[in-house]
Design a protein. Structure first.
Length: 703
């Protein structure tokens, strides 16, 4: 039954769906002016970047607000609701109503590994390849089931019916073990007051959303629903929307048939589309006169369908072809540099998009453009936190301050710490650290006293003079180095004394390190600030979890486990979002991104370079699907997927990818191909024919 207050807005990327949503919000707010104060609307967007863009769009359209505007992601909304109403859930489950602590995925994996270690058999390892892969996949399955509204007890049944392992002789007891381990983990977390993402999603759909008291709070708290990009929402959010629709709430939804970026990553677009049956429907299209993307799309589709080349019709699509991958990167970078220098294009109008961005390509692009003073910005980059010299230096400093961690500190770590923490002075060669890497290495060699229980720095003037190497060291240390080293050493000793007197925790010491050495934000890059923020947030989170599990945990034990966790490289720099105004939202450089990153970033560019255009990864949309994700869609037919079905899904996926990317290009597309990939294998993906049909960029006038 169609609800009078519900509107379904459908269209491809960049056709104005989000703008229409913001306009509808403005109209609704204007109708509420006569009855203040009003209940605020529930506004949802599927990821952080889209949320920020939607927020800016709303504020640009609405001058005055008579209610609070708070935009949430689906995950953020459910997390807040479960934490806020946890006593209600605890009452239903008959568990302690502790204040819940949300687990980071890395902490979740570490704790689950410890809990399951004795139960992981050789048979399990043979199926999954390693313990870490098994633990991660099992936890992901719990998350998939939670987002789909499927009880965890049904997970192994779905895996068995879907024949995910393609092995006929799996013992029935093994399927039961999967269920047992997941339920054991779930109960252990609930008893400790710890919540993983998978558990949060299950608690929301299974215990909170059906609760009549909670339902009444929803009706009392929100006045309307506005949700953008439903094609990327999980199934249980569809259940929430249907609840509001049945109560005749004002509901505005947008949907992109060519989107579905998160299909395979917890989203269920086909189920969410059933909501359209309850709504008045509106389709949006892009005016060809206003968007060059339509011409590009028409050209590329003609290439696909006709397999003919007419340079007059395909003047906006070009190819760059080489034999080797390294040669391709060189040609692409040289080509871009040439046209920037000729003022044909600005760096901010260029995007390099790859199905998967390996370290070789990433390094070469960054190194080449930075060496030529061309700004380049990797999009949504998540690198291991331990890769940051600032983070490594803090860990080394903490190891020197707290006893019992000498085994984890090596000489080269001390040398790096001395260079990072030393003041910088202006020299004829620019700004240089007072303890340069060479002198830092000498100091680490001769002044770092290795002791498992109490590692420490020796004073330079107390070095025994009998050793000729030591006497020559003092002559090679400059005055600035001498002063800087002693300041660091004296500060370490001062903090050690404060720990004895005031019983400072590692978190308090981390705060003091940041105040002492990293307080000048203007001297730090945005990436460095992100790394420092993530380091502090991770330390706070780890200390909170450890304190919940082990009362009065000794600082040295916490620090040991924390250092080991970070050195595994699984924690990345992805802190809670800053105010975008602090970041400086306008991108002034070349965008470097994977397909998935680019499609979720809400950006468009004049020129797009499709790197490795003939790679098979283009058929997968540039994103890795979660293990067995297709079995946790509401529309699954309870049987194994056929080869024909998988091929059909790949064709649909690459069609969506092409349409989406073309909608975000306003001038030219460059299909970049090398016969061999980074591993030396032939590239024979589904876009290969287009590469050879498109005119070569070398022979076309691009001005």
């Amino acid at each position: 039954m169609i609800q009078n207050n519900a509107l379904w807005i459908e269209g491809n990327s960049c056709c104005g769906k989000t703008t229409t949503l913001a306009t509808q919000l403005k109209k609704w707010l204007n109708t509420q002016n006569d009855i203040p104060p009003i209940n605020p609307p529930l506004i949802l967007s599927f990821n952080r970047e889209k949320r920020i863009n939607l927020q800016e769009l709303i504020f640009s359209k609405i001058e005055t607000l008579n209610c609070t505007i708070d935009i949430k992601t689906p995950s953020g909304f459910m997390i807040n609701e479960v934490e806020l109403f946890f006593p209600l859930i605890a009452q239903q489950l008959n568990i302690k109503s502790l204040f819940p602590i949300r687990l980071y995925p890395e902490t979740e994996q570490e704790l689950a590994s410890q809990l399951w270690r004795e139960s992981i058999t050789p048979e399990i390892i043979s199926l999954f390849g390693s313990e870490s892969i098994f633990v991660r996949r099992l936890l992901d399955l719990l998350q998939l089931a939670g987002m789909a509204g499927i009880p965890p007890q049904e997970i192994s049944n779905r895996l068995e019916k879907g024949q995910v392992f393609l092995v006929d002789n799996i013992d029935q007891d093994l399927w039961k073990k999967f269920d047992h381990l997941l339920l054991q983990w779930r109960q252990w977390c609930l008893d400790k007051g710890l919540l993983s993402y998978g558990i949060i999603y299950e608690l929301y759909w299974r215990y909170l959303l059906p609760n009549s008291k909670y339902q009444q709070t929803l009706l009392n708290r929100y006045g309307a629903i506005f949700a953008d990009d439903l094609d990327n929402f999980p199934a249980i959010m569809g259940d929430l929307f249907k609840f509001f629709l049945h109560h005749d709430y004002k509901c505005i939804f947008t949907y992109n048939n060519k989107g579905k970026v998160r299909l395979g990553l917890n989203a269920d677009p086909d189920y969410l589309k059933t909501i359209a049956n309850y709504c008045h429907q509106k389709s949006l299209t892009v005016n060809p006169a206003e968007n060059m993307a339509n011409n590009l799309e028409s050209s590329l589709q003609n290439l696909i369908e006709d397999n003919i080349i007419d340079r007059d019709n395909y003047e906006n699509i070009f190819s760059i072809k080489t034999r080797a991958r390294a040669e391709l990167i060189t040609q692409v970078t040289t080509f871009i540099l040439h046209h920037i220098q000729q003022n044909n294009i600005n760096p901010a109008d260029i995007a390099i998009i790859a199905p998967g961005l390996d370290e070789v390509a990433r390094f070469n692009f960054l190194h080449f453009f930075q060496a030529n003073n061309i700004p380049i910005e990797p999009l949504q980059e998540k690198r291991p936190l331990i890769a940051s010299p600032l983070v490594r230096s803090q860990l080394t400093l903490l190891g020197l301050i707290f006893r019992g961690n000498g085994r984890l500190i090596e000489r080269d770590m001390v040398a790096e710490m001395l260079t990072i923490l030393s003041p910088h002075s202006i020299t004829p060669w620019g700004l240089q650290p007072d303890i340069d890497p060479v002198r830092a290495g000498l100091l680490a060699d001769y002044c770092y006293h290795i002791d498992i229980e109490s590692p420490h720095l020796l004073p330079i003037d107390n070095i025994p003079s009998e050793n000729p190497k030591h006497s020559s060291l003092q002559g090679r240390i400059s005055y600035k180095t001498f002063i800087a080293y002693n300041h660091i050493r004296d500060w370490i000793n001062q903090i050690k004394q404060e720990i004895k007197e005031k019983k400072l925790s590692p978190l308090a010491v981390i705060d003091k390190i940041n105040q002492k050495y990293f307080n000048n934000i203007q001297s730090l890059t945005y990436i460095q600030i992100n790394n420092l923020r993530e380091f502090k947030q991770t330390a706070n989170h780890f200390w909170l979890v450890k304190s919940r599990l082990e009362k009065n945990i000794p600082p040295h034990q916490f620090l040991t486990e924390f250092i080991i966790l970070l050195r595994k490289g699984t924690i990345t720099a992805n802190p809670h979002p800053m105010n975008p105004l602090l970041k400086g939202k306008t991108n002034k450089g070349i965008t470097l991104a994977t397909i998935y990153q680019y499609r979720t970033s809400n950006q468009s560019h004049r020129w797009q370079f499709w790197l490795d255009a003939s790679s098979n990864l283009w058929s997968k949309g540039g994103a890795t699907e979660l293990f067995a994700s297709s079995l946790f869609l509401r529309g699954w037919q309870q049987k194994p997927s056929t080869i024909e079905y998988q091929e059909s899904q790949e064709k649909q996926r690459i069609d969506r990818v092409i349409h989406d990317l073309l909608s975000r290009a306003t001038d030219k597309i460059f299909l970049c191909h090398s016969d061999l990939d980074v591993n030396g294998n032939e590239q024979m993906g589904s876009l290969l024919s287009l590469v050879y049909l498109a005119p070569s960029a070398d022979f076309i006038n691009l001005n």
